[in-house]
Design a protein around this ligand. Structure first.
Ligand code: FAD
Length: 254
């Protein structure tokens, strides 16, 4: 039965709650993972995001969306923020935000770009830059649920130093049977890497993805141009557009 709206009421997802920073992990020179404790957090699925709102002393407010980087874990909420040069919110979160400081969060948001541990179809994840965040939440949710669903992840990053979760990805591939990870480097490849840096191509998706007849669910996340290019490649390779789920980390308001 559908839930009736409560006059004057607000879904718990849409209420702003105060979170406090309890842990920081540096991921790259310009990105860090922030772990918040959010009292009353209603729980979430891998792939969902939160809205984060900052309020200045003069009352000015700015809010931005950040993907949840880890599966549900009580009232802990984890996100990984990449500093955007000249940005309004991300430089504060990456450089200034300190343990114990409050921040307002609202969510979880999103019901389509999600992976549930009960899902059984093979999964292809394609990440561009910080677009790896919600896809890593799916990889972590798969492990937490002891799921054996086959996962393939293709990560595109500028250079090895820009890759989030590098050590954990190595461990996941070693320990999580049925998970494969492939890399594409756009500006600087590691030593001994076969070939020069380049953008993701049909050959990468064809080689490291799934054949379309296996009917995988494809999740693509990253900057708008990256997401559009990969979605076009998947369609050209015969994947059903209804099984391609995308999330764009474009400029605010774009
Ligand atoms: C659903 C969703 C989930 C997201 N999840 C994450 C996440 O997990 N981690 C994360 O780091 N970001 C994520 N983002 C992006 C995030 O919401 C902000 O857009 C980003 O942090 C920049 O905010 P800002 O206030 O620092 O920059 P702004 O003040 O909004 O922008 C400053 C300048 O940078 C440009 N710009 C803005 N955003 C980007 C960008 N992403 N890439 C390149 N240029 C940009 C703007 O056009 C502008 O010129 C997500 C976005 C969406 C919509």
């Amino acid at each position: 039965m559908a839930r009736a709206a409560v006059p004057g009421g607000l879904s718990p997802r849409l209420a702003w709650r105060v979170g406090r920073l309890v842990e920081i992990r540096d991921e790259t020179p310009t990105a860090r993972t922030l772990v918040l404790e959010v009292a009353g957090w209603p729980g979430h699925l891998a792939g969902q995001h939160v809205d984060v709102r900052l309020t200045a002393q003069d009352g000015y407010q700015a809010s931005r969306s950040y993907s949840l980087a880890a599966p549900q874990d009580g009232e802990r909420v984890e996100m990984t923020v990449q500093r955007v040069p000249d940005g309004e919110v991300s430089p504060y979160l990456v450089q200034t935000y300190r343990i114990g400081d409050p921040v307002e969060v609202r969510g979880p948001v999103g019901g389509w770009f999600v992976w549930r541990p009960t899902d059984t179809a093979p999964v292809l994840l394609v990440a561009g830059g910080s677009g790896i965040v919600p896809l890593m939440a799916m990889v972590r949710a798969r492990r937490a649920a002891c799921s054996r669903v086959p996962f393939r992840l293709i990560c595109s990053a500028r250079a090895p130093d820009d890759l989030f979760y590098a050590d954990e990805l190595r461990r996941r591939v070693r320990d999580d049977a049925g998970l494969d990870v492939a890399y594409v480097w756009t500006r600087q490849a590691p030593p001994q890497w076969p070939g020069p840096p380049r953008r993701i191509s049909v050959a990468d998706v064809n080689t490291h993805g799934w054949p379309s007849d296996l009917a995988p669910v494809c999740y693509v996340c990253g900057p708008t141009g990256f997401v559009e290019a990969v979605a076009d490649i998947l369609v050209a390779l015969g994947h059903d557009p209804r099984r391609i789920r995308t999330e764009r980390f474009g400029p605010t308001g774009g």
